[in-house]
Write a protein that binds this ligand. Structure first.
Ligand code: GLN
Length: 480
């Protein structure tokens, strides 16, 4: 029985819980057993909260037995990326800098999940502070792709995607600054959605690039993603950029199909850098969507290449300022053997941060410096404005945009070593963050090595409903 439980979707688990055919303790124990058996190999978790999880599950089971009306997520066991603060539970951001940091408060998203009655299995691995696409930049070792452990799981929320793919959580909560939910979801064959900027509070998410960061979810099915989002989306007074979402009733329209929908296929996302297997799978999906009643047409999005450079300039600029707080005085790691204050800063930051974080902080400081601000930061902001304008133009005529999620499938560890080569794999995901739009990554086939391929649907701001609706019918009919 236990082996099966961990393969179920949230929807299936929720039904069994409601009918009292399964208890939350049984579910939680099944996942903990799976983690025990598989995570030594995969490395998805940095902290497993076994005892607390069972206690949480017992409490939910008791409330259910007492006849209390519970939410659909009550008793569902989940994992959370380790850059989202959990009260009393170590939150490392994958960094030596925060190796022993125990937050005194819960992130807003964690509060919402607790309120809904989910059970926290543990905190999941990531590239340090969310900077990376492979989870190789974690200070605590890399996570492996469950489909082939010689390959990357994607990143930066690689722990979360791998955990769901290896049945070590019913779902995972991640963060997406330039693709970190969608990219690993694609590499691991899962569903990943990044909602509109401002839809989910960032309070308690350790900031990487505040104007781009957004919390998202990784699940086995589109329905599961819809169920989760309905619970965690909402305005939070503690995050001034969060807003009231105009339509969170994601479940009601889910079955309506794509008939009559207009889907744009931007040429720039199907260029030379896209591998033939990925390109064919996504173009095939476009054909199927057309057969299912959608109108699919090619469009031009000329700013796509500039978006990648603009993203790396803007995100690095913001990270250099956000990470200034890690100074060895107020938070985290403090070096020993310093001679004065400046030496304390330098040694603590030098020893506490890994190479990738240092590279971004240096790049960010450079592009913000007086002599280079105009040439880099200012121009990047102009490119960002162009990206937004172009998306707005397309969305004045289309409901959705279809692209690959990544130019290629998961590669083998050690195959790509140059930072810029890895940065270029974010080509398809970063424009979405620059424009603050919602997007979903859906499995759409396999390459010759048996690795999953992901396609991305991009929607209008606050129109997660259409994304989920198209994703749902794709999953039910298209992807078979
Ligand atoms: N791969 C991108 C980067 O390294 C995206 C990271 C993210 O979304 N957190 O910046």
């Amino acid at each position: 029985m236990n082996h099966e439980i961990v393969t179920y979707s949230i929807q299936q688990l929720s039904k069994l819980l409601t009918k009292r055919e399964l208890s939350s303790v049984e579910i939680t124990k099944a996942y903990l057993e799976q983690i025990e058996q598989r995570d030594k190999m995969i490395g998805a978790y940095l902290t497993v909260c076994a005892d607390e999880a069972i206690l949480q599950a017992e409490r939910i089971d008791k409330r259910r037995l007492d006849g209390e009306e519970l939410s659909v997520l009550s008793g569902i066991a989940i994992g959370i990326k380790d850059n989202i603060c959990t009260k009393g539970i170590r939150t490392t951001c994958g960094s030596k800098m925060l190796e022993n940091f125990i937050p005194p408060y819960d992130a807003h998203v964690v509060k919402m999940l607790n309120k809904a009655g989910t059970v926290l299995l543990g905190k999941q691995n990531l590239d340090e502070f969310g900077m990376g696409s492979t989870t190789e930049h974690s200070a605590f070792g890399c996570t492996k792709n469950p489909h082939d452990i010689s390959r990357i799981p994607g990143g930066s929320s690689g722990g979360g995607a791998a955990a769901v793919a290896a049945n070590m959580a019913a779902c995972s909560i991640g963060s997406d600054t330039g693709g970190s939910v969608r990219f690993p979801a694609a590499m691991c064959g899962m569903v990943g959605i990044k909602p509109t900027y401002g839809a989910i509070s960032r309070n308690g998410l350790v900031a990487f690039a505040s104007s781009l960061d957004q919390i998202g979810v990784m699940t086995k099915t589109v329905m599961d993603a819809a169920m989760l989002l309905s619970v965690i989306i909402g305005k939070d007074p503690a995050d001034a950029t969060s807003v009231v979402h105009p339509d969170v009733d994601f479940l009601s329209g889910l079955h309506q199909g794509v008939s009559g929908m207009k889907i744009a296929l931007p040429e720039a996302y199907f260029g030379k850098s896209i591998s033939p297997a990925v390109k064919n799978a996504v173009l095939d999906a476009a054909k199927k969507l057309q057969q299912m009643g959608a109108r699919v047409e090619m469009v031009h999005l000329a700013s796509t290449d500039a978006a990648l450079s603009a993203y790396y300039i803007i995100s690095s600029a913001e990270c250099s300022s956000n990470l200034a707080r890690f100074d060895g005085v107020r938070y985290g790691y403090r070096a020993t053997g310093y001679v004065d204050m400046e030496d304390l800063y330098i040694k603590s930051r030098n020893e506490g941060f890994g190479d990738e974080v240092k590279r971004r902080v240096m790049l960010g400081t450079f592009v913000l410096s007086e002599g280079h601000y105009e040439a880099y930061y200012h121009r990047a902001m102009q490119a960002k404005a162009a990206v937004c304008r172009e998306f707005a133009d397309v969305f004045s005529q289309y409901d959705l945009i279809l692209t690959p999620t990544a130019p290629m499938t998961a590669w083998q560890f050690g195959k790509k070593n140059s930072p810029t080569e890895i940065y270029s794999s974010d080509l398809c995901t970063v424009p979405v963050n620059l424009a603050g739009l919602p997007a979903i990554s859906l499995p759409c086939g396999w390459d010759a090595d048996g690795m999953p391929i992901g396609m991305q649907l991009i929607g209008k701001a606050f129109d997660e409903k259409t994304l989920l609706r198209a994703g749902y019918v794709w999953e039910q009919e298209g992807s078979r």
